[in-house]
Design a protein around this ligand. Structure first.
Ligand code: AP5
Length: 240
């Protein structure tokens, strides 16, 4: 843990103010579901900041594990490179652990999880043990035909998860993160061929999860093909 005496007073004060503001916000437990490139990762940081939630992206967590070659990463790599899903046990384990972190105290956004009905059932069990449940599931509905351009034009800043698009959300300087000035990279699975497998996995394994939550009456559909700011307005309306 960082020694608080080493933290600048101004940083300490702004963190205290943030926490004070957060204490007045309602708790929220959210799921963002949708195909690759539908905008889950773009909208999550906005909602996370607004409601003081943690953003748990299984894709980001798995990519970090792959990059640092942990046993989990070594197991996940092959499936991720080909656009297949990794096993339910692996992702359920990382989500269960991540939810215990203090930053998830006011609730969470699950981005990319659950992706199978088995994962959704495990999540229900996990939350029941904690005496909670899911408040809302936002379904980022979009036609497949729009997604190739979004995915092949995406550039990301790996350490923060910030994502850009050459046409729809270009960085100020091409190839460079706006905030840190560090280089942007393209994800290994962000190409047309792997996208086809990712979409197939979405339609066969993840679409049933949308029905699962529709039956529980917690599902709201978002028109994810609209421009980013319009999608943000729809998301905010759905959560208000
Ligand atoms: P993951 O990282 O979760 O990828 P994904 O679900 O395929 O989602 P993406 O990150 O590609 O899309 P997004 O909706 O976040 O799009 P974004 O906002 O960036 O998973 C990767 C892999 O990990 C999986 O294939 C699997 O192997 C494994 N995995 C992960 N979770 C798992 C699980 N639970 N179980 C098993 N395996 C798991 O937007 C895309 C681009 O479009 C960006 O460039 C953005 O700038 C742009 N954009 C966004 N919104 C708009 C807009 N409204 N208009 C125009 N452009 C836009």
């Amino acid at each position: 843990m960082a020694d608080l005496e080493d933290v600048q007073t101004v940083d300490l004060m702004s963190e205290l103010l943030r926490r004070l503001k957060c204490s007045q916000k309602p708790d929220k437990r959210l799921i963002f579901i949708g195909p690759p490139g539908s905008g889950k990762g773009t909208q999550s940081p906005i909602v996370k900041d607004e409601f003081c939630l943690c953003h748990l992206s299984t894709g980001d967590m798995l990519r970090a594990a792959v990059a640092s070659k942990t046993p989990l990463g070594l197991k996940a790599k092959e499936a991720m490179d080909t656009g297949a899903l990794v096993t339910d046990e692996l992702v359920v384990g990382i989500i269960d652990e991540a939810m215990n972190k203090p930053k998830c105290q006011k609730g969470f956004i699950l981005d990319g999880f659950p992706r199978t009905v088995a994962q959704a059932e495990k999540l229900d069990e996990m939350l029941k043990k904690r005496g909670t449940g899911i408040d809302k599931v936002l379904n980022f509905a979009i036609d497949d035909s729009v997604l190739e351009e979004r995915i092949t034009g995406r550039w990301i800043h790996p350490s923060s998860g910030r994502s850009y698009h050459t046409k729809f959300a270009p960085p100020k300087t091409p190839g460079v993160d706006d905030i840190t000035g560090e280089p942007l990279i393209q994800r290994k699975d962000d190409n047309a061929e792997v996208l086809r497998s990712r979409l197939a996995a979405f339609h066969t394994q993840t679409e049933p999860v949308i029905d699962y939550y529709a039956k529980k009456a917690v599902l709201t559909n978002i028109h994810a093909e609209k421009a980013p700011q319009e999608v943000t307005s729809e998301v905010q309306k759905a959560l208000s």
